[in-house]
Design a binder for this molecule. Structure first.
Ligand code: 5GP
Ligand code: MN
Length: 316
């Protein structure tokens, strides 16, 4: 499969690279690394991410051609869909992608729907960047600094800074190699984890005040509302890491963050430790993800949404 992709790249010229809405470090780092690889081969890559980059990823070497909002419609020699369990995750207009060129689906979600013309799905991979790294090795391209720091950051963030169960030996081996291309782990950690504006902590204070625990303190839930964003002059990008903070409580198996999109729609993020499978819970609501990190969107008022979640978790 990787050889087939290598051949498509060799023969082609124009490529679209896309990933999921609300892009995280893996979506961004994977897309950017592929861009720099294609550019080093004198190809014409273009990136489409529906949403702009959260501020903590702005330090990454930024490609010239990155589009947000509307998919840049054109004919491409291939359309790479990265880190998307289904094509819907790209956002509005995703149906059109299949008409723009063969879709190459590269993902590590167990629930991936194999929607591509070519599908490279490895649920054992720590991140999409790890799968792309194998492609880069197949292609024998040089690990330039621009490629390396994006690959490193993707793996670093998708493994929760080498803490989650997807932290495998490949993750360490690849990241070690990236340090030899000039990536300083302390710099990446500082950019990702220690570059927050003060307002984020004012927001965190409000969110932590909503914390409730259930089932003998094994399930934690917290909430962020549009009113909290207004009061602290923040937005959804400032909530990165909140659900992980709640998971730090001793004895908690599952942490849930409810983020108000509108008064009638909530984005749910779940994280778990050990064997608790939050992907299957999110699946009940049409979402998905990994066993220990998943998400979904639920329609309804806050009371209705909480009731539906409590029912899913069998909370009295
Ligand atoms: P997050 O809570 O950070 O948004 O997402 C955690 C994980 O769940 C990521 O792997 C993400 O791709 C996946 N995820 C989040 N929301 C959804 C969703 O609505 N549908 C699907 N299929 N996966 C999601
Ligand atoms: Mn990922």
């Amino acid at each position: 499969m990787l050889q087939e992709i290598r051949d498509i790249i060799t023969r082609g010229e124009k490529f679209l690279i896309t990933a999921h809405i609300d892009p995280d470090g893996d979506a961004i780092g994977s897309a950017f690394s592929l861009y720099w690889v294609l550019e080093s081969l004198h190809k014409q890559p273009c990136i489409y991410l529906r949403d702009s980059l959260p501020y903590m990823y702005e330090f990454l070497p930024r490609p010239q051609r990155v589009a947000h909002g509307e998919i840049p419609e054109d004919q491409y020699d291939a359309v790479f869909a990265l880190d998307c369990g289904n094509l819907f995750r790209v956002g509005k207009g995703y149906e059109k992608l299949k008409e723009m060129g063969p879709v190459i689906n590269v993902d590590h979600h167990m629930t991936n729907e194999a929607f591509g013309t070519i599908n490279v799905i490895d649920p054992d991979a720590s991140s999409v960047a790890e799968i792309l790294y194998r492609l880069y090795k197949t292609m024998k391209v040089a690990m330039t600094f621009n490629v390396a720091i994006n690959v490193y950051t993707a793996i670093f963030t998708d493994t929760g800074s080498f803490r989650y169960s997807n932290t495998n030996s490949q993750a360490f081996l690849i990241c070690e190699e990236m340090t030899r291309s000039g990536v300083a782990p302390s710099y990446v950690a500082q950019m990702v984890h220690e570059s927050h504006p003060k307002e984020r902590f004012l927001l965190l204070g409000l969110v932590l005040a909503t914390l409730e625990t259930h089932k003998n303190d094994t399930i934690a839930m917290a909430m962020v509302t549009q009113e909290m964003f207004r009061r602290t002059n923040t937005s959804k990008e400032h909530t990165e890491g909140f659900v992980e903070s709640v998971k730090e409580i001793r004895g908690i198996d599952v942490a849930v963050l409810l983020r108000e999109i509108t008064g009638n729609q909530y984005k749910i993020s779940m994280r778990s430790k050990g064997n608790s499978d939050v992907a299957s819970i999110c699946n009940l609501f049409g979402g998905g993800g990994h066993r220990n990190a998943a998400g979904c969107t639920i329609n309804g008022t806050i009371v209705e949404v909480k009731d539906r979640l409590k029912e899913a978790f069998k909370i009295e």
